[in-house]
Design a protein around this ligand. Sequence first.
Ligand code: COA
Length: 392
Amino acid sequence: MSKGEDQGRNSGSAVRRGMDDLVVDTTAISWVDGEGGNLYYRGISIGELAAHASFEETAYLLLCGTLPTASQLEAFTWKLRALAFTPEKVLRILQELPRTTQPLAALQTALAALSCVDPGERYSKEESLLEKAMRIVAQTPVLLGAAYRHHRGVPIVAPRNDLNHAENFMYMLTGRIPSKRQARVMELALILQMDHGFNSSTFTARAVASTLTNMYAATSAAVGALSGPLHGGASEAVVDMLEEAESSGDVEAYTIGLLASGGKIMGMGHRVYRNIDPRARIFENMLHDISTEEEEEADDDLKALKRIESVATKYFADRGKPIFVNVDFWSGAVYRKLGIQKILYPAIFAAARIAGWTAHILELRQDNRLYRPKSKYIGDLDVPYVPLEERT
Ligand code: COA
């Protein structure tokens, strides 16, 4: 039978490359309202959470399903701190990696290594799943901090009991206790990126977890998915574009030239949003909030990004395909303002999304079904086996 001939095996199965618009499962964790330009965690809009919630509260919301009471929040916060204790063996593995290792590659390795040092974790026991999720959420910033400090060639810094999750994350990266304002910006960045429907890494976490393997294996695989430039690398790419635009000396001409040559404006467009990504505006407001009026006046990044946005938005609107900025357009500029190196942008994404990944694994375990899609076979059939000595 020749290539491409349909033997009836795939009849009726339309191929949906990239799983575009394919609904593979239900979830009550987050909803991306692409038309309305909103994002909800457990039904609460992201704007509300960004205005009022802490990292710990939002993580509780995703993992446990509701906002915590004051006593539940206190217990959850202390438990997270206790679970941040990271096995020495795993920290040693991180220190054996080449110093050039990207933080996400190190995190992926460390999560896989954790499954080796957590006895009884080979096949997760249902009663300990929430605790395992919390341990993974708590240890992720520790692992990222250790990986980054190894990359910089400076000693690892252990988390402190008197700091909250976002403060500790910054402390473990830089070795300095951040100001309240810096820590709140980091906390917001984590909250905004915790969950986002069935994005590629979340789908990966669910697909791997659906085999009933352990949570470390599923989250380690999710980090692998996130590490691709089409997923976790866009905020870095925006800053690269910004640097090029600024050094060109004419941001407007640079933007028009990029578009005219068929190039992509990084940080614009989205598979789901057909409206503004609500997280983008919150990040933009953060950039204003962390600058004084005088700083804002002198802020070349802010001016250049605003110029790129307005030129590109008009360009797309004039061509009848409105495209708007997404979360990554402003996040890199915010991190830059905080003095965070580009290599860490995907790491911040992972430190946030780990809460979403683990929440999805918990949700799936309540009514697990193995993810097993079909493919359309387009190869040949009944190809004869040619003995080795007869092959040319
Ligand atoms: N710059 C220039 N053109 C863009 C664009 C961008 N950022 N985003 C989309 N377009 C154009 C495409 O070239 C395409 O044009 P065409 O119809 O002439 O072929 C059209 O808009 C539709 O784009 P498409 O790639 O099909 O949209 P999508 O919804 O599948 O893709 C992204 C969404 C995110 C992949 C895409 O917008 C993109 O690459 N953006 C830049 C990278 C980025 O910011 N990624 C982070 C996402 S959170």
